[in-house]
Design a protein around this ligand. Structure first.
Ligand SMILES: [Mn+2]
Length: 392
């Protein structure tokens, strides 16, 4: 008999599916949140009978359980821990620890891809095309490689995972991995994925109009309140407002704060760290401490949201030497234009002293300092006509 304790996200559940495929009814699979694994391990160690082999995937245990597992192992107990998180690398000191963050080819791993390899190498599961395809989708989602590769199927797999209960998802996938020769979504899944994607799009459009910006600890943050779709939201808002260093997403009910960035010059795990949290370079989170509450909520509550740039313009467009017109909430008008190879800004026809080496640099300055937006064509044309009249 086997007992598998795994994480309750897509990668963790991917491990559960592989274990079911390999061991069938001889494995008892339990999914855990980060907070509940140590309780489960402790319970297992106090209540197991000698026959059961314990496998832990996509998570690692605290120091107390680490010692107890080593004692369990050294007295003949069967245990295997398979993980891909940097923070778990020290488990490689044990015979029963197998932690790999990146494989020999420099490819980032996931728990599902590591367990798959483990099961194949130990001749507990045969590799098939459909299982390999599924494992790769999970790996790309978990490591965010899907985004770089624009692998929408990987993203959709995770969306489907959240639409169904874990049991429903597991049952559907196990059947598919057993019986199909390639990976696919069925018609019903395609339909609910389409509906969900349309819903996410509407949600993001609404949230785009609620974003406020604030300079916090020397970095420019876009701040938005949202309970769901944090990854999609962080990504879309980051692209819409590239002058912001990162997006902070507030979940008031959960008293949590998430950070996302699209920029390579920003490491949001460091930002989360200043509030006692952590995570990855591009995505991280922290608990809403009093300090974070003050900076992100109290100090920004009265701010007006950013206005989006006009999207369908033909004349007032960005990055033209002739000029692009912006406006801010106090009604001031700005022009960004090129002159003698440098980029300049006029505010109400008065030139700023600074010049900029690129359009982006000038626009970032303008947006950070004045929260200005690209004006619509109508107002731009009207403005130019007035200029002409004045000259005559
Ligand atoms: Mn994982």
């Amino acid at each position: 008999m086997y007992k598998l304790l795994s994480h309750n996200d897509l990668d963790g559940v991917g491990c559960g599916l592989l274990a079911k495929l390999a061991f069938g009814d001889s494995v008892d699979v339990r999914y855990n949140s980060i907070g509940s694994l140590d309780r489960e391990v402790k319970y297992f160690l106090e209540n197991h009978d000698g026959e059961i082999e314990l496998i832990i995937t996509d998570m690692s245990v605290n120091e107390e359980n680490e010692k107890k597992l080593q004692a369990f192992h050294s007295t003949g107990g069967n245990v295997q821990l398979i993980d891909h998180h940097k923070s778990a690398l020290h488990f490689n000191e044990y015979d029963w620890g197998h932690v790999v963050v990146e494989d020999e080819k420099g490819k980032q791993t996931s728990a599902t891809s590591l367990l798959y390899e483990y099961l194949i190498n130990n001749e507990l599961l045969g590799a098939t095309k459909v299982i390999s395809a599924f494992v790769e989708l999970v790996r790309q989602y978990d490591t965010w490689e899907w985004e770089k590769n624009n692998n929408l199927q990987a993203k959709r797999l995770n969306t489907l995972f959240f639409l169904l209960s874990i049991d429903e998802f597991a049952e559907k996938m196990i059947n598919r991995l057993k019986s199909s020769d390639h990976f696919y979504f069925d018609d019903f899944e395609e339909k609910i994925l389409e509906m969900e994607e349309a819903k996410i799009e509407r949600y993001i459009r609404r949230k785009r109009r609620e974003l406020v910006q604030s300079e916090i600890e020397g970095k420019f943050a876009g701040i938005v309140y949202a309970e769901s779709y944090h990854s999609e939201l962080g990504n879309e808002l980051g692209k819409e407002y590239p002058h912001l260093d990162y997006i902070a997403i507030l979940n008031m009910g959960g008293k949590r704060l998430g950070f996302r960035t699209i920029h390579d010059h920003v490491d949001v795990s460091e930002i989360a760290g200043t509030y006692g949290g952590g995570g990855h370079e591009k995505a991280s989170g922290a608990t809403l401490t009093d300090d974070a509450y003050k900076r992100f909520i109290a100090n920004t509550f009265k701010l007006d949201p950013l206005k989006e740039d006009a999207k369908r313009n033909k004349f007032n467009v960005k990055d033209t030497s002739f000029g692009s017109m912006y406006k801010d909430r106090s009604g001031d008008l700005y022009m960004i234009y090129q002159e003698n190879g440098e980029w300049k800004i006029d505010k109400n026809k008065v030139r700023f002293e600074q010049s900029f080496s690129s359009f982006e640099e000038a626009e970032t300055y303008l947006k950070r300092k004045y929260a200005a937006w690209l004006e619509k064509d109508e107002l731009f044309v009207q403005y130019l006509m007035e200029q002409v009249k004045q000259k005559n």
